[in-house]
Write a protein of this length. Sequence first.
Length: 147
Amino acid sequence: MSHLIRSHVRTLACAALLAFLAACGGDGTPDGKSHFDETAPATAISSQQAQPITHAFTEAGTYTLTLTGTYTGPADTLQVWWSFSGQGSVNGNTEPSYTVTGAPVAVNQSIDVTLTGAGPWELIVASQVVGPSTGILTDLKLHGIEH
């Protein structure tokens, strides 16, 4: 068998294995854990609540959620919080505040959430500034992985 044919056979075997794992409930990742990534467009943040990311969960379970991004604006206090609907529990700081001095501020927070019951469940990442200023939240990314 030529090298080219063996290479194609290996490629087809790998594709068949991934399809089999997906059919068994896996998502093709080596650890079989479900995960998701969402990115919000650049969002103007003012004293009015903004909801740059919403995510609907389809399965009960325990997830680690990590939120990262950059806020740029004048001196103020930025609030970024997690809001959930549905049954479950949350472990971690769900309402962090960031002091803004005029330099860009890195948003970086993680929580663990356990979703219970039959659902549905929805997560809203909300934010606003305390004072009258307005800034921009960029590269806001939500990463979730099931345990």
